[in-house]
Design a protein around this ligand. Structure first.
Ligand code: ANZ
Ligand code: ZN
Length: 821
């Protein structure tokens, strides 16, 4: 048999498409597997990262389909977002045209890889039907108090002309264009993800062992739960100047209540209301007011990398337990949006507080004993554990105990309480851009913010816009943004903000799980998601470890609470694939090291590309592009074809009745290798993900088959190898299996035969005084005594005339004799 990849691949791609081979069944009584690779952004062309992602997903889908599961393996397009608008500005193309043309092109590229996607469940998130349901969910969230509008300082990217979520700011710069982000006061829409913070954290436990631990840790840190004490500082009556009565108390949060007696100053964030009041009323000298104003201009993010800076506010608060006077400062390291936007500073036990105190000559008071005893002239804070000192009645307690005791004391005296804080902030979802899903709200002078009526959904984008890159074209599109108030009917104005694209990717997997026959009438079918959810295997890049995965988990919980699905944690297992590199660097246009998947498919065929991608590295590791390894994959498939000539009709007719005991040694070895590969396949798909080892053991099986001539063993070998390699090189396997066995599907799962692994003999090494001196072959059932007899018979001169002082037998492995003389 000759291998003509093009012919084979076209033939089977046509067959699969005509026979709808990869459509899931509507029969919900069957066991299911939902296999999902993260959907692509239609950027224009597919790259090797896509190829890896989709080949991995396809391998899972094909494996479980063969094992008789009802498999859902969908694909679609995450098609809203900025690049479409950038293309519109640069090439004068309408974002919609650009997007949908890219989708068509990339669809063809993916088809050429022979990926077993369902064709009926495909959609793009910019489809109006998708927008319609998303807008419905958004309105439901608004009605449930989970989505709200407020004015805040936001991260603003001027070149992209949009607000960025905190997650989209990387080291102070825009995640897309890398420009430094500015701070800007602006109204926007927020989704209350913080209400779910505790559950998002707790449920990470259920994912242990199923998700990469690195991703779990990243999510845990992002959510950032801290437990501590919250209490109020009260201004001392004899302060230099008087504040409005609203500002005579303020809240602080501490994770170290055990250090309460070490407080030597308190610091407020530059945006704290008290600081604002002082600035507005010019209660301090001009130079101080100016210094505070300068501080306020810097974004919180930039402050983190700046030197510590502060201004004394010339007022004092009273220590909550001792009544002692404590000076109040404003400091650039205090965050306005965390805890109360103010801290109790303990320089002896907090490094930040220490540096600030040293810089401004503030007191340092030790209250936790170090293992070396009391600190004299400390050069840094002591942050370890220890017994309390200088702490009135709490002195002598271990600090871990003191934490609880001091919180209890505050609670008993009603001066403070235990408090849990999270770093997680509510999710800002407004974008001032055209190519996104419009937020379905209307501003009415009389009624305020009014959600659109559900019969008017979707609020679709107007097509007649000119994208210039300056401002949001929806703002100036009057025939679109002028509308009637859904409540009172008076002239009103449509909201022109559009939704963050992460909103679309937060529920697309629930849409796929909804039968397309229902797409017009239901956004998410509860009955269908009851069957298909949760996703059994999710595959994607580690770059989504926080953003997308957290939002998707959150949305699932919200949609569950709103009654749309019973799923609560969407992705049962997660595989994060490594990057594809060339010459040690990530493939990128700017580096000029991109390998075009289309060219590889054109030259060698899709199966070669697929095999290389799965063989060259374990899926979670980086994969270094290697031309000769691509060539090697091609050669393997070619050999696989050519050697199929050893599969005869006689072999095919008899292989199901092979009598293992009647085979000779090489035949038995060939069978064993074939079944080892089969076992490996089950392990790989259910447990280890080590596709590279599956291919390696298939290669070994091929070589072992080649060493023998038994026709039945050849036929059985091909029957099994075409089966286990089908997820990797599907076209070749369907073609071979069809030609040799008349199979048009792989619906039988082949059982592993234990007899094959029973060995006739095992090789045991003989070592004398620790040095290897020979080898013996014994039955696997031989006893230690029997092994020793054979070992001594075969040790000749090494033991002749010598005294054996020690005999060690490690079954199936080795005999060690220790001799003297
Ligand atoms: C006193 C103290 C003593 C603290 C000590 C720490 C060590 P996490 O773990 O991040 O929750 N803090 C509280 N609010 C703050 C704000 N708005 N901006 C900056 N820092 C703030 O950290 C909580 C700790 O960070 C709190 O505990 C507080 O400092 C500080 F030896 O209080 B600690
Ligand atoms: Zn109105």
């Amino acid at each position: 048999m000759d291998y003509n990849s093009k012919q084979v691949e076209q033939k089977w791609q046509k067959f699969w498409s005509e026979n709808k081979s990869f459509e899931p069944s509507d029969d919900q009584s069957k066991d299911k597997k939902y296999i999902l690779s993260m959907f692509p952004y239609p950027s224009g062309r597919i790259h090797m990262g896509h190829v890896r992602n989709y080949c991995l997903g396809d391998a899972f889908a094909r494996f479980f389909r063969k094992a008789d599961f009802n498999v859902l393996h969908p694909i679609g397009w995450d098609s809203f977002g900025m690049p479409a608008e950038n293309a519109a500005i640069k090439h004068k193309l309408h974002p919609k045209k650009w997007t949908y043309e890219n989708i068509d092109y990339m669809k063809d590229e993916l088809s050429a890889l022979g990926l077993s996607f369902s064709e009926t469940r495909e959609f793009a998130t910019s489809d109006e039907l998708y927008t319609k349901w998303e807008q419905e969910f958004i309105i439901k969230m608004y009605e449930a108090g989970l989505l709200y509008r407020k004015s805040t300082t936001v991260n603003w990217c001027e070149p992209c002309h949009t607000v960025l979520a905190n997650e989209q700011v990387e080291e102070g710069c825009c995640w897309r264009c890398d420009t430094p982000v500015e701070q800007k006061e602006m109204p926007g829409y927020y989704i209350g993800i913080t209400k779910y913070a505790q559950e998002l954290l707790d449920d990470l436990k259920s994912l242990e062992g199923e998700w990469p631990s690195q991703v779990l840790t990243m999510q845990e840190n992002w959510i950032g739960r801290s437990e501590g004490l919250e209490f109020k500082f009260e201004l001392s009556k004899d302060s230099k100047y008087k504040l409005d009565r609203h500002f005579t108390k303020y809240e602080v949060f501490t994770t170290r209540p055990d250090t309460i007696y070490g407080v030597s100053y308190s610091a407020l964030a530059p945006e704290h209301p008290i600081v604002k009041y002082i600035v507005d009323n010019k209660l301090l000298p001009d130079n101080k007011i100016k210094a505070i104003k300068d501080m306020q201009k810097v974004s919180e993010r930039d402050r983190a990398t700046q030197d510590k800076e502060g201004v004394s506010l010339e007022i004092d608060v009273m220590h909550p337990l001792t009544g002692e006077k404590i000076p109040v400062w404003v400091a650039n390291f205090v965050l306005a949006s965390y805890g109360g936007g103010a801290v109790m500073a303990v320089p002896a036990h907090d490094q930040r507080d220490f540096e600030f105190a040293t810089q401004y000559g503030l007191n340092i008071k030790q209250v936790i004993n170090t293992p070396e005893g009391e600190m004299t002239n400390p050069t840094e804070a002591y942050t370890g554990e220890g017994e309390l000192i200088n702490s009135e009645s709490f002195t002598g307690l271990k600090n871990t105990k003191a934490k609880k005791a001091i919180i209890y004391h505050f609670e008993q005296n009603s001066i403070g309480a235990k408090q849990v804080n999270f770093k997680l902030r509510d999710w800002g979802v407004s974008r001032q851009r055209y190519w996104g899903a419009p937020l379905p709200f209307v501003h009415c002078d009389d009624c305020g913010l009014v959600p659109e009526k559900s019969e008017n959904l979707p609020i679709a984008l107007p097509e007649d816009v000119e994208i210039t890159g300056e401002g949001n074209p929806l703002d100036t599109h009057e025939s679109w943004n002028k509308c009637a108030c859904p409540k009172c009917g008076k002239p009103a104005r449509r909201e022109t903000d559009t939704l963050d694209t992460f909103v679309q990717s937060s529920w697309y997997f629930l849409r796929y799980a909804t039968n397309p026959k229902k797409w017009n009438t239901e956004g998410i079918s509860k009955a269908d998601t009851d069957y298909w959810m949760d996703v059994d295997q999710y595959i994607g890049g580690i770059e989504h470890a926080i953003l997308h995965l957290l939002y998707a988990r959150f949305f699932t919980k919200v949609l569950n609470d709103l009654g749309y699905t019973n799923s609560r944690e969407p992705f049962k297992r997660l595989l994060t694939q490594g990057m594809v590199l060339k010459d040690g660097a990530k493939m990128s246009k700017s580096k000029g090291n991109v390998v075009d998947p289309d060219l590889i498919v054109e030259k060698y065929g899709a199966d070669t590309a697929r095999m290389f991608i799965l063989f060259a590295a374990p899926p979670t590791k980086e994969l270094e592009w290697n031309d000769s390894a691509v060539e090697g994959s091609f050669k393997f498939i070619k050999k696989f074809y050519e050697r199929a000539e050893n599969v005869t009709k006689a072999g095919v007719d008899t292989f199901k009745d092979i009598d293992h005991s009647s085979l000779d040694k090489v035949e038995k070895e060939a069978r064993r290798k074939v079944y080892e590969a089969l076992q490996k396949s089950n392990d790989v798909f259910n447990k280890t993900y080590a596709f590279n080892t599956l291919i390696a053991s298939s290669m070994e099986a091929m070589n072992a088959l080649q060493a023998q001539k038994n026709e039945a063993v050849w036929a059985e070998g091909y029957y099994i190898l075409t089966n286990i390699l089908e997820p990797v090189i599907p076209h070749a396997c369907w073609d071979l299996a069809n030609g040799l066995f008349g199979r048009e599907n792989f619906d039988s799962s082949i059982e592993v035969k234990e007899e094959v692994f029973q060995l006739d003999s095992v090789l045991i090494a003989i070592t004398i005084n620790g040095k290897k001196r020979g080898e013996i072959e014994v039955a696997p059932s031989a006893t230690k005594e029997e092994i020793l007899v054979v070992a001594k018979e075969n040790s000749g001169k090494w033991i002749d005339g010598k005294e054996i002082i020690k005999e060690i037998v490690v079954p199936n492995k080795l005999v060690n004799l220790v001799v003297k003389g």
